[in-house]
Write a protein that binds this ligand. Structure first.
Ligand code: SF4
Length: 238
């Protein structure tokens, strides 16, 4: 519960941060709403707590999960740890499919919008994807998004990571469903790990530190801040 409060505080902070970014995305624009969304178990908990995932939506998710879909080969922090130790990054071998997300309404709206995961919040474009064929993000937003994925994994470092469809299907209302899946699902569900380092381009280091100073001060509850959940001396790999 405490960490879902932290998650909400981080989501709110990110939404405010985005207000200073020119965005072409608007209501009903759903080009990025595909079955390629990856999430942490904390985000799944947040979706379940919201009560927005109705029985009929769960059924749609289950049906979509039975089709071929993208499965991340590793978590973001595992990839960062591999970079840090100069190992090779794992290659994505899973097919990327562009089927529409089963949580999308016929009007192109998200059925769980208030509780949507970070992967969906992070999809922002300065130009219309429908016109240019792909999203365009300023380099610093790409940097911030990557760091946000890492932070969310860190605050859920005892949890799991996988495709939204698998995570929502396997969780069956409790986290034990994911533990069992992590043990038995042949790699479909990955185990989260703590933050090893942030990977930041050298010319963005100062700006990133300023972003982190502001995020760290965000209050969660009872005087506790987001900074209290992060490693004391987090490091940057440039
Ligand atoms: S969860 Fe919502 S925002 Fe995310 S891909 Fe599905 S419909 Fe789109």
């Amino acid at each position: 519960m405490a960490n879902t409060k932290a998650l909400k505080a981080i989501y709110d902070f990110y939404d405010k941060f985005l207000k200073g970014t020119p965005l072409a995305c608007k209501k009903g624009c759903a080009t990025c709403c595909t079955t390629n969304v990856s999430v942490t178990s904390l985000e799944v908990e947040y979706i379940l707590d919201s009560g927005l995932l109705t029985k009929s939506l769960q059924e749609k998710v289950r049906e979509a999960a039975a089709q071929d879909h993208f499965v991340p080969s590793t978590t973001i922090n595992t990839s960062a740890a591999m970079c840090l130790s100069e190992n090779q990054m794992p290659e994505e071998t899973s097919p990327v499919t562009f089927d529409p997300c089963p949580l999308l309404t016929n009007d192109g709206l998200c059925s769980i919008y208030q509780a949507r995961p970070f992967s969906c919040r992070a999809m922002n474009s300065e130009t219309l994807c429908t016109e240019g064929g792909e999203a365009f993000m300023a380099p610093f937003l790409v940097t911030v998004n990557l760091a946000m994925y890492q932070i969310l994994e860190h605050i859920d470092s005892r949890g799991w990571y996988g495709n939204l469809l698998d995570m929502l299907t396997l969780v069956s209302g409790n986290r034990e469903g994911l533990q069992e899946a992590a043990d038995t699902m042949e790699g479909k569900i990955k185990t989260n790990r703590p933050l090893p380092c942030f990977i930041i381009p050298p010319d963005e280091t100062m700006r990133f530190k300023s972003f982190m100073r502001r995020l760290s001060k965000v209050e969660i509850e009872g005087g506790k801040t987001v900074g209290d959940l992060l490693p004391e001396n987090w490091q940057i790999l440039s």
